[in-house]
Structures are given as structure tokens and as C-alpha cells.
Ligand binder design. Structure first.
Ligand SMILES: C[S@@+](CC[C@H](N)C(=O)[O-])C[C@H]1O[C@@H](n2cnc3c(N)ncnc32)[C@H](O)[C@@H]1O
Length: 217
């Protein structure tokens, strides 16, 4: 696929390719994950970034040695091609895999992760309220960037991720305070055989918070 010109975001010596249409949330506020990992003392063998877009969060974790290898996935072929550009330019083909996948549907069964991160679509409906919010926060972007109708992407994650997790693996998903609270996800987490751990603050940007869950040891 020809994706045309991309821009570059630099993090710790790594050039991350992106386009504006893919969204820049992971760059604007998603790098707060670096602080979260520092606070928690997390260092992963293999990390997975769900709904990765250009992979800002995952590539930043890799660049800061907070994971050894990285798995990325997104439903948008343009996002996948941009990630491939980053992998090729930075010589990361032995450490990073990227999949075109609707949720976890096309992730190979051999993929196993110690930590899962993500800044997925954060609103479950597109009503008048969301349109009002959207005027303030860049909802002119394609709705696949922000709309997770009836939380089906989150449901897919929490119901299917267990088979890809190492025992004790942590899952930290960034959510919008205007789009949800942790109670929207706790049942989905438990139904997936996972343990809900806590709601955590996103200290770098108070519009967001994290839902922390894990696969018990
Ligand atoms: C809020 S954007 C975040 C992108 C990137 N993670 C970031 O932090 O900038 C949400 C991403 O979810 C992807 N997405 C939407 N629906 C999806 C699905 N069913 N499966 C996988 N990815 C999906 C979109 O293509 C988009 O890249």
C-alpha cells in the first residue's frame, strides 16, 4: 500500500513515522505511559500495544528499554504501513512485529505478552453529548479513532487477551474521563478471567486515566 509522506516524531533516538490523520494522541498524552512504567517498576520482555496507530506508545517503551520486544496491531492498514516504515528505518525487524487485525482476531496464537498497553477509541457512542465534547477535542478525526460502539473493542480485548498473556501480565489501558469510568470495564475484565487491579491517574494529562488489570499468577 502506498501511504505517501509521513512525519517523524523522535523519541530517545528512535524515529516514529506518523500522519496527522492517524491521530496524535499517543504522542500528545500517551507518553505518560513512560511515567506509569517508572512508578510501577514495570519492565517487560514482550509488550503489546493494542489499537496502536503509529505505535507512539509501544515504540517509546522500546526506545526507553521498558520492553525488549514489541507487538503492535491496528485495524487501519495505513497505521500498519506507517509502523512498518518505522520498523524498517530503525532496523527493528528482529524486535517488533505489527499485525493488521480487527481487535485480536488476526493475532497469531504464538504471540505472548508480559504487558499490554493501549490508547484505544474511548467513547462508546456518538450522540449529541459526544459531538459537543468533540468540538473541543479534535473529533474531526475519523470515528475509528474515537468510537468504540457499545465497547466492542474493549470487550474483544478483555475476553480474548488471556490466551496471549504470560502469568502475572499487566494490562494498562488509557481511557478518557469524559468517555467512561472504570465501572464500564470491571465486569468485562472479570468475565475474561482477569483481575481488576485499580483505576490509576494519568498524571501528565488529567483528561485521562488508566484501567489496570492483570492475569493472576
Ligand atoms: C485513539 S486512536 C489511538 C492511536 C494510537 N494508539 C495513539 O495513541 O495515538 C485509536 C486507534 O484504534 C484503532 N482501531 C479502531 N478500531 C479498531 C479495531 N476494531 N481493532 C483494532 N484497532 C482499531 C484506530 O485505527 C486507531 O489507530
Amino acid at each position: 500500500m502506498e501511504i505517501g509522506t509521513s512525519k517523524i516524531a523522535k523519541v530517545a533516538g528512535l524515529n516514529i513515522h506518523y500522519t496527522d490523520a492517524l491521530g496524535t494522541g499517543g504522542w500528545d498524552f500517551g507518553l505518560d505511559f513512560l511515567d506509569l512504567f517508572a512508578q510501577k517498576g514495570w519492565k517487560a520482555g514482550r509488550a503489546f500495544e493494542m489499537c496502536c496507530g503509529p505505535g507512539y506508545i509501544g515504540f517509546a517503551l522500546l526506545a526507553h528499554n521498558l520492553c525488549d520486544t514489541l507487538c503492535l496491531a491496528d485495524i487501519n492498514p495505513v497505521a500498519v504501513e506507517v509502523c512498518k516504515r518505522t520498523i524498517a528505518e530503525n532496523g527493528l525487524s528482529d524486535r517488533v512485529s505489527v499485525y493488521l487485525s480487527d481487535g485480536l482476531a488476526d493475532i497469531p496464537s504464538h504471540e505472548k505478552w508480559d504487558v499490554v498497553v493501549g490508547n484505544p477509541p474511548q467513547y462508546a457512542q456518538s450522540g449529541a453529548r459526544e459531538k459537543r465534547i468533540g468540538k473541543a477535542i479534535k473529533f474531526e478525526l475519523h470515528e475509528r479513532i474515537w468510537l468504540d460502539e457499545d465497547w466492542h473493542i474493549h470487550r474483544d480485548l478483555y475476553s480474548g487477551v488471556g490466551k496471549h498473556l504470560m502469568k502475572g501480565a499487566n494490562i494498562a489501558i488509557m481511557e478518557a474521563r469524559l468517555g467512561s469510568d472504570e465501572n464500564d470495564f470491571i465486569e468485562l475484565i472479570r468475565d475474561g478471567g482477569l483481575e481488576y487491579v485499580a483505576r490509576l491517574p494519568c498524571k501528565g494529562d488529567r483528561r485521562f486515566y488508566y484501567v489496570h488489570s492483570r492475569l493472576p499468577e
